[in-house]
Design a protein around this ligand. Structure first.
Ligand code: COI
Length: 415
């Protein structure tokens, strides 16, 4: 009898707790995200004083709670069969926990309190490194139960919102890290304000990604099964002195992925040739955008499972049958359970993993989880740019990237 009463009480308390938590969620989810432009991020961070830094901290504290609440509501609206798939519950738990931490974090009034806030922020960023593989795994397994349009629009909202939250968090951490207590050009050096490079040189970034890929080709080809003797050259032409303000990590992620695909396609097509046809990267500085075309002669996108090149961005197996391949699901499971999750920067992607002594320093980078292209597309469109793939079947692939250069577009997140 006592046990029953106790059980009932516990049940009542947990129902009441859920009810209260959900009411809090509704409260935050009903608020609109305060979207920013890249220019606002730069101007705000350019001359920093304590007051501005504290304003930034409180904006991030409240804004992240709102943005996560929107995505929690999105997750709650999924059919039950999706929620029960491997990986989805993990993402849901991480989001609930982060939502509660931001919601409960008291207002920040001074530098000391900001320090504590930054510590929690860094910890959350690290914990959330596993979100993408878990989400990809769960949604790939859910693919048979969801219409392709629904699955892709859900994933797009989840991923773009995640990028936006990480941008706000990383920008605030960078501004806080370089603020040293004086009213000055803090957070701003000649080259960057927070995480935004104000004079990002496009050719330099392409060259850097080419170099990293070539230096580390022997790690990458273990995963791709191509010989490592030599990788194709990349010829860069067009407006070679193009500079603009952008988030370097995003631009380099895109270049790295696209050059990697172009190189692998070329090697696979010309595997026994004495020389490989080069890849050409053409840069054009327009009035409003920076355009980059990457052309390879790797044979084009003749993939039996794909009808249209844009289907490569899809997470649905109906559009892209590779989504449910065993090898990919296996790779996703491996990355999902690795606390380091998906590597954020191109340097990390090719970083030797010294903790695999049996395979030697420099063991393969991330296994193939098939998110490079959809993520590149999402990075390109975040501030209103675009990424298009055009296949000249039997010859090669051209990728057109357009990145806005004025920084006046709002983040492309959906509420
Ligand atoms: C994410 O990476 O998924 C986030 O939401 C980051 C945020 C907790 C700072």
């Amino acid at each position: 009898m006592v046990n029953m009463l106790l059980e009932n009480r516990v049940r009542f308390q947990s129902t009441a707790l859920h009810f209260y938590q959900n009411r809090q969620l509704e409260l935050y989810a009903s608020k609109e995200a305060k979207r920013l432009t890249l220019r606002q991020l730069v101007f705000f961070g350019r001359s920093m004083d304590e007051d501005r830094l504290i304003k930034s901290a409180n904006y991030v504290r409240t804004e992240l709670a709102v943005r996560i609440a929107h995505r929690l509501r999105d997750l709650q609206a999924l059919p039950y069969v999706v929620v029960t798939q491997e990986g989805v519950a993990k993402v849901y738990e991480l989001y609930w926990s982060a939502f509660e931490q931001f919601r409960r974090f008291p207002p920040i009034n001074n530098i000391e309190e900001n320090k504590a806030f930054c510590e929690s922020l860094r910890k959350l960023l690290d914990e959330h490194a596993v979100v993408i593989p878990n989400l990809s795994l769960g949604l790939s397994l859910s693919s048979p139960y969801l219409a392709p349009e629904l699955l892709d629009s859900f994933m797009r909202r989840m991923l773009i919102s995640r990028i936006s939250r990480r941008v706000l968090a990383e920008h605030h951490l960078a501004l806080s890290g370089s603020y040293n207590g004086k009213v000055e050009e803090s957070g701003a050096t000649e080259r960057h304000v927070g995480i935004i490079y104000t004079g990002l040189n496009v050719k330099q970034s392409i060259d850097k990604c080419t170099k990293l890929l070539k230096e580390r080709s022997h790690h990458i080809d273990e995963n791709y099964g191509v010989p490592s003797t030599y990788w194709p050259d990349v010829i860069v032409d067009g407006h070679l002195d193009t500079n603009f303000a952008y988030i370097k990590e995003h631009v380099e992620y895109i270049f790295f992925e696209l050059l990697k695909n172009a190189m692998l396609a070329t090697i696979q097509k010309y595997h026994d040739a004495a020389t490989l046809p080069p890849i050409r990267a053409t840069i054009v500085a327009g009035n409003n955008d920076v355009g980059i075309r990457i052309s390879d002669q790797g044979g084009g996108l003749l993939i039996p499972q794909i009808k249209s090149p844009s289907d490569l961005f899809s997470f649905s197996h109906v559009r892209n049958a590779t989504r449910m391949e065993h090898s990919r699901l296996g790779a996703l499971r491996t990355v999902s359970s690795d606390p380091r999750g998906v590597k954020a920067t191109v340097e990390e992607q090719v970083e030797p993993q010294s903790e695999s002594p049996e395979k030697g320093v420099g063991m393969a980078a991330s296994p193939r989880i098939g998110i490079g292209l959809p993520m590149s597309n999402i990075f390109a469109t975040y501030f209103g740019g675009s990424l298009e793939l055009i296949s000249l079947d039997g010859w090669g692939t051209d990728v057109y990237i357009r990145l806005p250069k004025l920084g006046t577009n709002l983040e492309g997140i959906e509420v």
